[in-house]
Write a protein that binds this ligand. Structure first.
Ligand code: 13P
Length: 337
């Protein structure tokens, strides 16, 4: 089976009331971890690469690693997605490199840090939709800027993220504008701003509705029941993963992420794609630190990359089960072949 467009995955998820994790990757071990977890749980998957990830891994390596994933697991539907595309050119180059889905993040200008106005966002996103759909590629748009409702600041992910203090209006997707944006652009999925941010430091205590505005999702879903919603910054930052890092010499400050139960609530209200990167980064780092601390004599990269890959696989497996995508790969495959 070849890579499938995002729309195919999310339509199936909506019809069957589940969500699909979109895991970020930069290297072979991360792709292997996701595919092993998908194979074990029979889950369709979204693998995504940011601009920073594409620059780090290089498009040609990434393209061939994804082909390998499809060759090794022909029974698993996989979508390859550009995370936070900043321009038409970035999205087109992703499509040329075999991505089956692109995000045009027009909530920020092309520099990836200056908040853009609605008109710019709608114009550039509609242009990407036009070009991508001609090639059978899906498009995710974003309305509202990611960032903390408590501090007004966003966290950069691979260099991409709003700079300066954001107002509450910028940090929360406006339901009226969402209706207009989806109608004007024709996006396949819409990322909404509800107070989440990228990285490990999202909340300084377990989040309440004041800082994690799940009610916004419910309102947007009421207005746009047929639109697939996307939650960014959705790592849960589990305490046990923080503990492993800190036990072996790391310094993660006390922090809280998005509880899995809140994501499940989102899934009941139209959330179909859930972006997770940080949890996997934490798992990998903890596993590597443990080997370094317990076996300082070791120097074969496989001695620490194998446990790192296994730790990431476990996070992916847990999310695939929690989001409900587990058990749907074979069913979806039959529907699309
Ligand atoms: P986390 O940093 O919460 O994993 O979010 C990743 C993300 O949203 C990628 O776009």
């Amino acid at each position: 089976m070849s890579l499938v467009p995002l729309r195919v995955l999310l339509d199936h998820a909506a019809e069957n009331d589940y969500g699909v994790a979109a895991f970020n990757v930069n290297n072979m071990e991360q792709i292997q971890a996701i595919m092993e977890a998908a194979d074990e749980t029979d889950a369709p998957v979204i693998i995504q690469a940011s601009r920073g990830a594409r620059a780090y891994s290089q498009d040609a390596y990434l393209r061939h690693l994804m082909l390998a994933a499809v060759e090794l697991y022909p029974h698993i539907p996989v979508c390859m997605h550009q995370d936070h595309g900043n321009s038409v050119a970035t999205c087109l180059s992703a499509i040329e490199n075999g991505f089956t889905s692109v995000m045009m993040d027009g909530s920020l200008k092309e520099d990836g840090k200056t908040p853009a106005d609605y008109q710019y966002n709608a114009r550039v996103t509609a242009e990407v939709v036009r070009l991508a759909h001609l090639r059978g590629v899906s498009v995710e748009g974003e309305l509202g800027c990611l960032g903390s409702l408590a501090t007004g600041h966003g966290e950069k992910e691979d260099g991409h993220g709003a700079e300066g203090k954001l107002s509450k209006e910028q940090l929360l997707t406006d339901p009226d504008e969402a209706e207009q944006f989806v109608a004007e652009t024709g996006v396949d999925a819409l990322a909404v701003a509800i107070g989440t941010s990228h990285g490990a430091y999202k909340f300084d205590r377990p989040p309440t509705g004041e800082v994690l505005a799940m009610d916004r999702i419910e309102e947007i879903h009421r207005r746009l029941p047929n639109c697939h919603l996307v939650m960014h910054g959705s790592s849960s930052v589990p305490q046990e993963l923080q503990d492993v890092i800190n036990r072996y010499g790391g310094r993660i400050k006390p922090t809280w992420g998005v509880p899995v139960e809140e994501i499940q609530r989102g899934i009941r209200h139209g959330v179909r794609k859930i972006n997770v990167d940080t949890d996997n980064r934490l798992a990998i780092t903890g596993a590597i630190r443990k080997v370094f601390a317990e076996h300082p004599e070791k120097f074969d990269p496989r001695d620490y990359l194998k446990p790192a890959r296994a730790a990431m696989k476990e996070v992916c497996r847990q999310r695939m089960i929690a989001f409900g995508q587990a058990g749907h790969a074979s069913q979806l495959r039959q529907a699309v072949v």
